[in-house]
Write a protein of this length. Sequence first.
Length: 133
Amino acid sequence: MGGRAHQIPQLKAIAERTGARFLHHDGGIEHGSSLLPGLISRADVLCFPVDCISHDAVATIKRLCRHLAKPYQPLADYLAKQLGVPVKLEIVADYAGVIEGQRSGQVHIAYYSPASYSRAYVTGVKAEPFAER
């Protein structure tokens, strides 16, 4: 649910490599909310990034998940459960904050543009890309 359009192919590939089927709804940008009940009824779990989905879409999926008895998890919660460690989502104002967070060991997973990843890499951040455009 939701997410940045250019990341959808990578997320789909990651899901399919684990044997999962990837269903996607853009959170209401182009896909109508009338599609949500059918998609959610077919899902085993619903994950979404909290930084790029509308509040209305979150409220709708939360209500539908409760009604359909489907797990509803922001992505950070899902990662924490799967990894077995606490996951804290931090939204920073710019890539410099992400780079500094990784350099200090406070940030373990980050979204980078190609230019910001390059800047992080040349400044010594030990970052390994796991999804590319």
